[in-house]
Write a protein that binds this ligand. Structure first.
Ligand code: R5P
Length: 292
């Protein structure tokens, strides 16, 4: 295929530049003018006729972004682009994967249907697969899932002394073990015993062996930060050190970042899938290796 033309939407971190450096794709000239009435005008100054196009888009908070992406894609098609390939490192709406109450739309399905009408295929990283086990269950276009855990394991190996991977509950035993194996370190799984709605006892009989270790919590998404903050509180009760929290996708809804900084957490690290000051692990190589 001829050399793709690369466009990016909604990234103000280093990810687009890193990706361009690694791939040698031609950077397309795209500008978006915002009118005072809240509408926007897309302008593309690179001829795309007969050429494949790759769009890297940060779709966190998709409601305000989807229309721009859709208009860009439609315009590129009008201009003769031979294919439109979306890199959406964070894939939104995947947590709304069932009707939790009667009358509720299953947004994961509806968003997938929408997106499938504007791009030809999609590549993403660690989408939230819970009740949906594979993207093909909701996406009709080819959808590729990449995984950031090797990058996270490498970051832990390079940056932390005596890491201890924490599984926040017994359901997380398998992944905690898998991450620990990649890092080459120990892991500890907390066992939760619920006595009542607000009365949860947490035990980890082995915890005393790890008081000189650096606990590391890894999750796909940091949204409100509650999951990390609560697990960190349990670690404090178990007299372990304050943990390092690693999220693949740092959404940091509301004041989540400040709340985490004010809790028993030593450091917060995210991948650069969503621009944020905590970005310290780049997914550029992962995307480059899988987008040729
Ligand atoms: C849950 O299923 C996810 O894996 C994350 O644990 C969750 O989305 C984190 O959300 P929050 O930061 O709001 O606790």
């Amino acid at each position: 295929m001829s050399q793709p033309i690369f466009f990016q939407l909604f990234y103000d971190n280093d990810l687009p530049a890193r990706l361009l450096e690694l791939t040698g794709w031609e950077q397309g000239a795209l500008s978006v003018h915002a009118f005072p009435d809240g509408e926007s005008l897309i302008r593309v100054d690179t001829p795309v006729s007969g050429r494949p196009v790759i769009i890297l888009a940060n779709l966190q908070g998709p409601d305000g972004k989807y229309l721009q992406l859709a208009m860009l894609c439609d315009y590129l098609r009008q201009q003769g682009a031979s294919g439109i390939h979306l890199l959406s490192p964070y894939l939104p709406y995947m947590r709304q994967d069932k009707a939790f109450n009667p009358g509720e739309a299953v947004s994961a399905q509806l968003f997938a249907r929408r997106l499938g009408t504007v791009v030809d295929d999609l590549t993403t990283i660690d989408p939230h697969l819970h009740r949906i086990h594979d993207l093909s269950e909701v996406y009709r276009i080819p959808a590729t899932t990449l995984h950031a855990d090797p990058l996270i394991a490498q970051w832990i190996r390079n940056n932390l002394e005596k890491p201890l991977i924490i599984g926040p509950d017994s359901e997380s035993r398998q992944w905690a073990q898998a991450v620990a194996e990649q890092v080459g370190c120990d892991h500890l799984v907390l066992e939760k015993i619920r006595h009542g709605d607000n009365d949860v006892e947490v035990s980890a009989p082995d915890a005393h062996r790890f008081t000189d270790h650096t606990p590391v919590m890894v999750d796909d998404i940091i949204s409100t930060g509650h999951t990390m903050i609560e697990t960190a509180q349990h670690l404090e009760r178990l007299k372990l050190k304050a943990p390092v929290c690693i999220g693949v996708h740092g959404l940091f809804s509301g004041d989540a970042w400040r709340a985490m900084q004010n809790s028993y957490i030593a450091d917060i690290v995210t991948c650069d899938t969503i621009p944020h000051p905590t970005n310290r692990i780049s997914v550029a190589q992962l995307l480059a290796d899988n987008s040729r």
